[in-house]
Structure formats: structure tokens, C-alpha cells
Design a protein around this ligand. Structure first.
Ligand SMILES: Cc1cc2nc3c(=O)[nH]c(=O)nc-3n(C[C@H](O)[C@H](O)[C@H](O)COP(=O)(O)OP(=O)(O)OC[C@H]3O[C@@H](n4cnc5c(N)ncnc54)[C@H](O)[C@@H]3O)c2cc1C
Ligand SMILES: *[C@@H]1O[C@H](CO)[C@@H](O)[C@H](O)[C@H]1NC(C)=O
Ligand SMILES: *[C@@H]1O[C@H](CO)[C@@H](O)[C@H](O)[C@H]1NC(C)=O
Length: 607
């Protein structure tokens, strides 16, 4: 398989290996905990909450909170983020009344919060009214969202606030109900003595009206309200039927219309101008945008270049599987997905048993890691009902007692995205299940009692019950039915079923905004990687594809860059054989073995 290596190419290859080894060991071992960067930051108006901040601020608050529970790797959350930022911007002048916030459920520190609120699909919006009290039934009010249409999303939030006010809550927020009288005579009915002018906006929906009410709610001399187009008597009496949205300013002294604007494009600018003309100061009531911290931006750019370098080098290796990605995917799956589930029983428990069963059999772990998976598996096999917290506790305890479970830092290598929010976990999930289908095939050659569907069934159950991307899960289930996952009858078919299914997803997502620009979605494998996988007429040569899959996802081709070989090969009898079959001393840093396996990897990748 490996082509002969000539002496002249060795020095070139070695220098690449060395530089990659340095880069990888730097970024992999120095930062063991991934520095999470959620989808929101200081440059927008969304408040990122972590568990502590949530508990301290949301409960018993004098404000209301709208919280988006999201997951950085979920494509729908990434697509929704700009919309949510726009929603937050809309409400930014009323942060003292309603906070637009978000919790990143992919960040480990938020695991208890996301489990507590039973968040199983992302993104989810929950509304917590003022003076909210913690309690088992008090999990917030689910707020609907409309894909990416900004004004519809804003309207859904305004509707929630109006419903709250109708129910006797959200009374710290000025009335958001429309003005329903037939003329302007009642417009000052609820006004405080300081109010000199009423501003009445007439429009098709509550968009400008509610925004202006919230934006200027601190200005004491004006009162803002809005009426809907459907209030015909009023629009007739004001003669603004056709030219909406319109804005009418009524003075308190004589209840006369002082100003009238029709076909307005910005209520804010008109109100600001009016206040200025009247000599009413607003600067102290309306905040300025927060200045951005330049030095942070520069720092991030430098780091980005370094990471892009590494991505580039990894990409040059072609289609390879890294131990680091497999372990990181599994850790994420156990902690952030399974561990976050409140109660696991019934079909969900069966799905978990099937998943752990194939992990115990086929996931590449050292001895200690294998024991750990077995313990986990017996925990769920011997109970009728398991709590996510029990799983989390078992993982934490095992990791505390035994440092030889994981060989790699919790980082992505082959699945690393060029942006923090792309690739990562979903890439790891695909990689892991492809690996499992191939290794199940390898280990069951000639075994009569084998069950060729075991890995696909386990994956099906896992994706259905635990995979947090709700939309992906639905797509996958539909595909499983359509492509008859149950009719798979051999290990080879199982490998090929998953290969084909993954390509269907790749095809659907090609050109999608969530695509990583450095990793465009193509049909796998690309012709450069496997020329023999396609006939000259362009159609697949399935035999060759199967060989390629068995080669790439085979255990003997897993790369250990950045992983500690001592953990993989930990053995009471201290064997020094690595899985590439190379004998060698295991020095304290394992540098030689890592370099050696990397070197072999390079040769394989360029075959
Ligand atoms: C079950 C499942 C369903 C999903 N459904 C959706 C969805 O509906 N909408 C959505 O936006 N995202 C979905 N995703 C996420 C999406 O498929 C990608 O995982 C994500 O966009 C990251 O893409 P990536 O570039 O890292 O490559 P990925 O598609 O994640 O692939 C990971 C690696 O697998 C290899 N590979 C690629 N294709 C194949 C193949 N056919 N056979 C074998 N190996 C292959 C490549 O080396 C690639 O780098 C789903 C993920 C999973 C696990
Ligand atoms: C915030 O994130 C956006 C992209 O999502 C980025 O362009 C911007 O520079 C970031 N700003 C800060 C202050 O980190
Ligand atoms: C392409 O060529 C292969 C082998 O020559 C053949 O089996 C296959 O049917 C061809 N496909 C098409 C679409 O012509």
C-alpha cells in the first residue's frame, strides 16, 4: 500500500513532520481545555449566560429574560444566530426590562443548566418572566421562532410580551397592546403628569410601535403608543388610511395633532428629531454602542493564522482518521449529550445499551479506557432507568481515579474547522461511526453468530435519541427508512450503506451557509484521493470504494498525532508494540512513536 520512499524525499517529509509535530504538540498539549467561543460576543447585544450567571440573574430578577439554548456546532443554530442578534438589537434599549440572552449548551460548564431545562433540540427559545422562581415545573415558556425572518421573530417576542401583560405580568414594560379607541382623545389616559406629548404610530403590525415604546421608555416627557391599520375608525378620523406606517404627535395641552408624518421609514429618527426640536434631552436615556476591544481582536487573528497553518498541514495528509478526533467525539457524546439527558429509560435506554455495546466491542481504546466503557455499559445494562447525572458522575469519577482512559487532549485535529463554529462534533460523529462499521467488519470475519446490523442500529438509535441537532436527527431517521437501513445483511453492506448515506447528506449540504470554506462538501472520496473509485464514465466503482473505506477507517491506519501512546498501549506487562506493528521503546514523551506513526501516516496518505 505504501509506495517506496526514496532517500531524497525523506528529508523533505521529515521536515514537514517536524514542523507539524511542533505545531500539533503546541496547540494540543498547551491548551487541554478547548477555549469555547460561542456564537455571540461583545460586538452584539446577546448576553451569553453561563450556569452561575443564569442562576444568579434570571431567577428573582426584576427583568424578563428571553434565553436561546443553542449548540455551537449545530448548523441551524449558526443560521439562526444573525437573526437572534437582530432580535437583540431591536430590544437593546430596553435591556433594563427584557434581556435577550443565550446559553451555549456545547460548553461543558453549561451542561447542568441545559439538562435541567430539558433542552433536547437546538436552538430553543424560553421566556422567563420577572420574579421567576426555580422549581421542577418552572422550565420557562417556550417561544416559537420563525426560521430567519427577522420581523416575524421579533413579532413572536412582542406577542409573548403582550400575552404576559394580558395575564397580569410584564407590567414593568410599558403597555404593548395597541391603542383601540376611535380617536385620539383617550391617548393620555394612562400618562404620568410629566408627559407633554403622545406619539401615536399607525401601522400594519406592531413593529415600529413596540420598538419605539421600548426604545424611548425612559424619556419622561413623551408617551408612545401604536394603533393597527385594522382600527379603521381611527385611521379615517386621522386621514392616514393609505400612507402607512404613519406617525401622529398629539400635544397634551389641547389634544390637537401637532405633527403628522406618513409613509415613515424610521420611527426612531423622527422621534429623535422631534425631541431635539422640543429641546428634550435624550442622551442620558439612550445608550451608545459599547466600544470594541481592539487588542482582543488582534490576538484572535494571530491565533487564527497559526490554526490555519495546522489545518492546512492536516488537509495535506488526505483522508485519515485521528485517534484524537475519535476520542473527542466520544467524550462529547458521553458528557454533553448522554450525560445531559434527564432520565433514560424504555427505547432510549435500549438505544444507549446498543451504542455502548458497539463501543465496548469496536472503539479504539487502551486497556483502562476499555474497562471504563465496560463499567458504563454494565451500569446501563443493569438498570431499568438511568439518570444523565449518574452517567456524568461515573465519567467524572473514572477520570479522576484513572488518568489512562483518554490518550488525547479534548481537541479536534482532522475535524478542526477553520472557524470555531464549523465542523467539530458532527464531523467526529460521522468519523466514529464509519470507523465502527469498518472495525466491526474486520473483527467479525468468518464469525457465524455475528450481527452485521449492530453498528448501524446503534447509530440509528443514538442519532434518534441523543444527537442534539434535532433537524439532523429527523433527516437521518427519514433517510434510514427510505434507504432501508433494516435490510442491510452483511458487514460490507453496512460500511457501504453509511458511505452512501453520508454522501446524500454531503450533497444536500453542498453550498450551504454552514459549510466550512476550507472543507467544501463533496462526494467522498474525491477523485484525487482515490482515482480508482470511479470508472472513466464517472460512475462509482463500488468494489474500489469499499476497499478504500476499509483502508481509511481501519484500526491500523488510525493516526496518533498529539495522542499519548502510553495510554493506548497501556498494559500491565508493559508491551511496547504499537498498533502499526512497529516495535520500539516508549520514552517518557512518546515523541519517537508519535513521529514514527506520523511518518508512516504521511507515506500512507500520499499513496
Ligand atoms: C447523522 C448526521 C446527520 C446530519 N444531518 C445534517 C443535516 O440535516 N443538516 C446539517 O446542516 N448538518 C447535518 N449534519 C452535519 C453535517 O453532516 C456535517 O457533519 C457538518 O456539516 C461538518 O461537516 P464536515 O465538513 O466536517 O464533514 P462531515 O460531513 O462531517 O464528514 C466528516 C469526515 O468524514 C469523511 N467523509 C465525508 N463523506 C464521507 C462518506 N460519504 N463516507 C465516508 N467518509 C466520509 C471526510 O473525511 C470528512 O472530513 C449531520 C451530521 C450527522 C452525524
Ligand atoms: C464577534 O464575532 C464576529 C463573528 O461572529 C466577529 O466578526 C467579531 O470580530 C467578533 N467580535 C469580538 C469583539 O470578538
Ligand atoms: C460506467 O462504466 C461501468 C464499467 O465500465 C459500467 O458498469 C457502468 O454501467 C457505466 N455507467 C454508466 C452510467 O454508463
Amino acid at each position: 500500500m505504501a509506495k517506496p520512499v526514496t532517500v531524497s524525499s525523506i528529508s523533505g517529509i521529515l521536515s514537514i513532520i517536524l514542523s507539524l509535530y511542533i505545531t500539533v504538540s503546541f496547540s494540543a498539549s498547551v491548551r487541554n481545555i478547548p477555549d469555547y467561543q460561542g456564537l455571540y460576543n461583545a460586538s452584539d447585544d446577546v448576553e451569553e449566560l453561563t450556569e452561575n450567571i443564569f442562576n444568579r440573574n434570571v431567577y428573582r430578577s426584576n427583568r424578563a429574560w428571553l434565553v436561546e439554548f443553542y449548540n455551537t456546532w449545530c448548523g441551524h443554530c449558526r443560521k439562526y444566530a444573525p437573526t437572534y442578534k437582530a432580535v437583540a438589537e431591536y430590544f437593546k434599549e430596553s435591556k433594563d426590562l427584557l434581556v435577550i440572552a443565550a446559553v451555549d449548551c456545547s460548553n461543558e460548564v453549561n451542561e447542568p443548566t441545559c439538562r435541567y431545562f430539558e433542552i433536547m433540540g437546538y436552538p430553543s427559545l424560553r421566556y422567563f418572566h420577572e420574579n421567576y422562581i426555580e422549581g421542577p415545573q418552572n422550565l420557562g415558556l417556550t417561544v416559537k421562532k420563525a426560521d430567519d425572518d427577522i420581523s416575524t421573530n421579533i413579532k413572536l417576542v412582542i406577542d409573548t410580551l403582550i400575552a404576559e401583560q394580558d395575564g397580569g405580568r410584564a407590567l414593568m414594560i410599558p403597555k404593548l397592546n395597541p391603542y383601540n379607541y376611535t380617536d385620539v382623545s383617550k391617548v393620555f389616559d394612562s400618562a404620568t403628569p410629566e408627559v407633554k406629548f403622545a406619539i401615536l404610530i399607525i401601522e400594519n403590525d406592531s413593529f415600529f410601535g413596540a420598538q419605539s415604546i421600548l426604545m424611548f421608555h425612559k424619556v419622561p416627557n413623551i408617551l408612545i403608543t401604536y394603533a393597527l391599520k385594522s382600527n379603521i375608525a381611527l385611521t379615517n378620523s386621522l386621514t392616514v388610511t393609505e400612507d402607512l406606517p404613519a406617525m401622529i404627535i398629539v400635544s397634551r395641552e389641547n389634544l390637537e395633532v401637532k405633527k403628522k408624518f406618513t409613509n415613515i421609514v424610521s420611527a426612531k429618527d423622527l422621534i429623535l428629531q422631534f425631541l431635539k426640536d422640543e429641546g428634550i434631552q435624550v442622551e442620558k436615556y439612550i445608550s451608545n454602542d459599547i466600544d470594541k476591544n481592539e487588542s482582543i481582536l488582534i490576538d484572535k487573528d494571530a491565533k487564527k493564522t497559526e490554526e490555519h497553518d495546522m489545518i492546512d498541514k492536516v488537509k495535506k495528509m488526505g483522508d485519515v482518521v485521528f485517534q484524537m478526533d475519535l476520542e473527542t467525539a466520544l467524550r462529547f457524546s458521553l458528557r454533553q449529550e448522554i450525560g445531559r439527558t434527564k432520565i433514560i429509560e424504555g427505547d432510549k435506554l435500549n438505544a444507549l445499551r446498543a451504542y455502548l455495546n458497539v463501543l465496548v466491542k469496536y472503539f479504539p481504546m487502551g486497556k483502562k479506557g476499555h474497562y471504563f466503557l465496560k463499567d458504563l455499559s454494565s451500569l446501563v445494562t443493569n438498570s431499568d432507568s438511568v439518570k444523565g447525572t449518574e452517567i456524568s458522575a461515573l465519567i467524572k469519577d473514572s477520570e479522576k481515579q484513572e488518568k489512562f482512559i483518554w490518550s488525547s487532549p479534548k481537541e479536534w485535529l482532522g475535524c478542526k474547522g477553520s472557524q470555531l463554529e464549523t465542523r467539530g462534533y458532527p464531523c467526529g460523529v460521522w468519523t466514529m461511526f464509519h470507523y465502527l462499521t469498518v472495525n466491526a467488519a474486520e473483527q467479525n470475519i468468518g464469525k457465524a453468530k455475528a450481527d452485521p446490523k449492530e453498528v448501524l442500529s446503534a447509530m440509528h438509535g443514538y442519532i434518534k435519541y441523543f444527537f442534539g441537532c434535532a433537524d439532523c436527527s429527523q433527516h437521518f431517521q427519514a433517510m434510514a427508512a427510505e434507504r432501508k437501513i433494516n435490510e442491510v445483511s452483511s458487514y460490507s453492506e453496512s460500511i457501504m450503506w453509511l458511505w452512501a448515506a453520508h454522501n446524500v447528506v454531503n450533497k444536500r449540504l453542498a453550498g450551504d451557509p454552514t459549510e466550512d470554506p476550507l472543507f467544501p462538501k463533496t462526494q467522498f472520496p474525491r477523485a484525487e484521493q482515490c482515482p480508482e473509485c470511479r470508472y472513466t464514465n464517472g460512475s462509482w466503482n463500488y468494489n474500489q470504494v469499499e476497499n478504500y473505506m476499509k483502508h481509511i477507517y481501519s484500526s491500523i491506519n488510525v493516526r496518533y498525532i498529539g495522542s499519548d501512546m502510553k495510554v493506548i498501549h497501556f498494559n500491565e506487562e508493559a508491551s511496547n508494540v504499537n498498533s502499526n506493528g512497529i516495535l520500539g521503546p516508549v520514552d517518557s514523551n512518546c515523541k519517537w512513536l508519535i513521529m514514527l506513526s506520523f511518518y508512516l501516516g504521511y507515506v500512507h496518505a500520499s499513496h
